[in-house]
Design a protein around this ligand. Structure first.
Ligand code: AMP
Ligand code: MG
Length: 466
């Protein structure tokens, strides 16, 4: 029997933090995808996992020894409205594994059947949205952006019923910790200050053991989220559903639903079919993260100070650090994308303004700067004046290449791979994942994967896949 080095600290928290529940077995487990590189990083035996026993584990039919399956409780502000009772409606935390380097990761199944938190849902997932999470989370990891990872996608041999009947799948993902702003809100909304305190201490010990108390934790999370959203903007990522239940205390990107990458640059870009007001538009994301962090602070207020007025002052002071921390990370990243050692806010602003004006492709425009750094004849049309100023700042072509991916999971390529995989052909998926595993390398034989969509290939809307 395959063994995992489990040590389940969350399962040792008070019983009302979760409900104990095993994954619901499926008709016919199959292994659609195993992430061998990640398995190796985690110290797991990829060869063993690629067999029938692995498929049974990843489909939820076999609970490995040492697992203590549970569904976590959480609440969340969804599009600004508070839902007091969300929780893992289609996910099961199998347990936490300890890697050979001593790191601790949650191992969670998503799409593993109904739980006490399912409300009207079926607890299941279709192949396409689970592969979508796999592709995009692994691309984020290859960009060096904090994210949950995808270890495997198993097929179920069952259909899920959405608008159509779709073949079902279960995703296995890993995370430094599945604690969300919404997890804190769940207890705070019930007036359960003891539970908030316990959770805060648990998160502090796990994510920032050097930080002091709940305020130290809060300051740490503000910094981690500021850097995270800066990194999103720097690769053109739009999360799409930045509800507080999808905002991780670990500072990892979590819950890949209708997320997407910009092709053309424009700050108001929205892809998600459910984001009617553009609340979660590309350029709105920093403001929304700060809003989510304010909700987090509210849950911790009684722990910041016994005096309410002083507690609010502490919270505000910590939260007000966010814009500067975001701006510092964003400007440092933009400078690197321009091949410059030091922040150059005006050059960056003017470049982005030109991109927006021309509706130019975000990824290829930045990447093309590598060739233009030493060769004015490679300037894009309309950029000559800007380029002269930029070149005077002595951009470094190697830094540009190292800071700007040549390849991103473009919506049309992702859709193409998902459609084919759902129909049983995984070749486009394999090719896409292969390209995206080395996104900063020039791969001249992969020009189609580097190019923006042709007019008829453009995908303008993405769906949440629940
Ligand atoms: P999400 O939009 O994926 O962040 O999910 C929001 C909430 O809906 C979470 O509590 C999920 O567990 C729940 N949920 C999403 N899809 C399903 C489903 N198919 N069955 C049950 N619960 C679901
Ligand atoms: Mg979610």
């Amino acid at each position: 029997m395959i063994s995992f080095p489990f040590d389940n600290s969350y399962a040792r928290l008070p019983e009302h933090f979760f409900t104990r529940q095993a994954p619901v077995p499926v008709a016919s487990p199959g292994l659609l995808r195993l992430n061998r590189a990640l398995a190796a990083e985690l110290g797991l035996d990829a060869d063993a996992l690629s067999g029938a026993e692995g498929a049974a584990i990843f489909a939820g039919n076999l609970v490995p020894e040492g697992a203590e399956p549970l569904a976590q409780a959480y609440s969340g502000h969804q599009f600004g409205n508070f839902s007091p009772r969300l929780g893992d409606g289609r996910a099961i935390l199998l347990g936490e594994i300890i890697t050979p380097d001593g790191l601790r990761f949650d191992m969670q199944l998503k799409g593993s059947g109904r739980t006490e938190w399912s409300r009207g849902g079926d607890g299941r997932a279709a192949i396409a949205p689970m592969l979508r999470e796999y592709i995009i989370s692994e691309a984020m990891a290859a960009f060096g952006i904090p994210t949950t990872r995808s270890l495997a996608v198993a097929t179920t041999g069952e259909y899920v019923f959405r608008e159509d009947a779709l073949p079902g799948a279960v995703l296995t993902r890993t995370a430094a910790r599945h604690i969300r702003v919404g997890t804190f809100q769940y207890f705070a909304a019930r007036g359960d200050t003891d539970a908030v305190r316990t959770l805060a201490e648990y998160a502090r010990a796990r994510h920032c053991p050097d930080a002091e108390g709940p305020l130290g934790l809060f300051r740490h999370v503000v910094g981690a989220q500021a850097r995270l959203v800066a990194q999103w903007l720097l690769v053109g990522f739009i999360h799409g559903v930045m509800n507080t239940d999808n905002c991780a205390i670990s500072g990892e990107t979590i819950d890949y639903g209708p997320c997407a990458f910009l092709d053309e640059y424009h700050p108001e870009t929205v892809f998600s079919s459910i984001d009617h007001g553009g609340r979660y538009a590309y350029g709105n994301q920093p403001r929304i993260v700060q809003w989510n962090l304010a909700r987090f602070a509210e849950t911790l207020l009684p722990m910041f100070d016994a005096d309410e007025q002083r507690a609010v002052e502490f919270a505000q002071e910590a939260l007000q650090a966010f814009p500067a921390q975001f701006e510092a990370a964003y400007q440092a990243g933009l400078a690197r994308k321009l091949g410059l050692a030091d922040p150059a806010p005006e050059l960056a602003r003017d470049f982005l303004a030109l991109l927006a004006e021309q509706r130019a492709d975000f990824t290829t425009s930045f990447r093309a700067l590598a060739a233009a750094a030493d060769d004015p004849s490679r300037d894009a049309p309309g950029f000559a004046e800007w380029s002269a100023r930029w070149r005077a700042a002595r951009p470094d072509a190697a830094l540009i290449r190292a800071s700007n991916p040549a390849f991103i999971p473009r919506n049309h390529l992702v859709e193409e791979a998902l459609t084919a995989a759902t129909a049983g052909d995984t070749r486009p998926l394999d090719a896409l994942l292969d390209v995206l595993s080395r996104p900063f390398d020039d791969q001249p034989d992969r020009s189609r994967h580097a190019s923006p969509p042709r007019c008829e290939e453009r995908v303008l809307q993405t769906f949440c896949g629940t």
